[in-house]
Design a protein around this ligand. Structure first.
Ligand code: PMP
Length: 385
């Protein structure tokens, strides 16, 4: 039964049992209406209460400043790889500083693992010149990368090479598969170098796998923070995008000026914001469960400070256990630099020849979904938990 199982899935990940109990009631009969939450109009007062509650609770939990809009949308983190670029190129195109002499801007990607690599590849795709022009929409470049270490560590502060005036700077706060995360201690040599990015340059962060696991460092230095729900917030199906209000631009106006890609309407942040995330039918169940998780964290788990403390202890215990097991030759932690180790995704290899025993022992102890991500590890198992 559920209580005896330890589910280590990296995403979709386990959700709090009390939340799932409430959700299962709401699925059948929401708040005594005699109708399930998935059977209610997204424009009715019940769902309005749910989504507005979710937004307010998220604003409280993460102390989201007033000049940011919270959007609940669909398409996962992957769709945001495209959306952030499309919206920010329109923002750049409409910016008075560039209107008279517009040139394709550079875009600076910090590539620290699988997910930021994918975001960079998408940026290259979307920047290709529209036929028959030979002028690209943008020039994506890599400002720093951990590739030479096979993404087992982060670049150090001095290793970043930002361009002079990029349309935006992009990074992934927690690389889920690689198990590396930017430390919150800004004095660490592995901390994200916010100070090296000029104030006017928008900074975008993919928080998919670390969202609401601890406070967001330097929140107001970000232009956009986004996250798919399925790690800590709720079921897959909804994506949270937190956008600074001045970036909510009419992308049709930008398209009319030319030199930028057109933006599909469901990806335009301004449209989503103008319609309070209800431009089109939202993923009602995913938003409902997310709303329950948020109120549970605030009411029962001590808010973000309480969550942070729990996660700090969990990470410390797990890494201490793994380091001990490593001394005995049983495992090897993939990320060697302790400051770059993720709290959310812990990657370790099982010593060759011991994989079967490990997985069988885990199974007997009720530990599930430990086997590594398909893109990491060769002969040996790399666990991503
Ligand atoms: N970014 C990160 C950091 C992720 O972990 C993931 C998926 N786990 C994605 C992006 C892609 O998200 P999705 O599968 O929701 O499109």
């Amino acid at each position: 039964d559920r209580a005896s199982i330890h589910n280590f899935a990296a995403g979709p990940s386990p959700l709090p049992t009390p939340v799932l109990q409430r959700a299962s009631e709401g699925l059948l009969n929401y708040n005594g209406t005699g109708m399930g939450v998935c059977e209610l109009s997204h424009r009715g007062k019940e769902f309005k209460g749910i989504i507005e509650g979710a937004e307010a609770d998220l604003r409280t939990l993460l102390a989201v400043p007033d000049n940011y809009t919270i959007l609940f949308t669909q398409g996962g983190g992957t769709t945001q790889f495209s959306s952030v670029l499309l919206n920010l190129l329109s923002y750049r195109r409409l910016h008075p500083k560039y209107t008279s002499d517009y040139k394709p801007p550079t875009i600076d990607y910090v590539v620290t693992g699988s997910w930021s690599s994918k975001a960079f590849v998408e940026a290259q795709r979307l920047s290709l010149p529209p036929y028959p022009s030979t002028e690209p929409f943008a020039i994506p470049r890599i400002a720093a990368t951990g590739k030479s270490s096979k993404f087992t560590t982060l670049p150090k502060k001095g290793e970043y090479d930002f361009s002079e005036d990029p349309a935006f700077v992009y990074y992934c706060e927690n690389e889920t598969i690689n198990g590396i995360q930017f430390p919150t201690d800004t004095s660490s040599e592995y901390a994200f170098p916010f100070d090296s990015v000029p104030d006017h340059v928008p900074i975008v962060a993919d928080y998919s796998s670390s969202f609401i696991s601890r406070p967001i460092t330097n929140f107001s230095r970000h232009a956009i923070i986004y996250a798919g729900a399925q790690k800590n917030l709720g079921p897959s199906g909804t994506t949270v995008v937190i956008v600074r209000n001045d970036l909510l631009v009419d992308t049709t106006q930008a398209s009319k000026l030319g030199s930028v890609p057109s933006v599909p309407i469901a990806l335009e942040y301004k449209t989503l914001a103008d319609n309070a995330s209800l431009y089109n039918t939202p993923p009602v169940f995913a938003i409902y469960v997310s709303a329950l998780v948020l109120s549970y964290l605030l009411a029962d788990k001590g808010g973000i400070k309480g969550v942070e403390e729990t996660n700090r202890k969990k990470a410390q215990t797990l890494y201490a256990t793994l380091d001990e097991a490593e001394e005995k030759g049983l495992v090897r932690c993939v990320v060697r630099e302790k400051e770059a180790r993720s709290w959310m995704n812990v990657t370790f290899e099982i010593t060759e020849g011991r994989e079967k025993a490990f997985l069988e022992g885990a199974e007997q102890r009720g530990m599930r979904q430990l086997k590594g991500h398909r893109s990491v590890g060769g002969e040996s198992i790399t666990c991503v938990v």
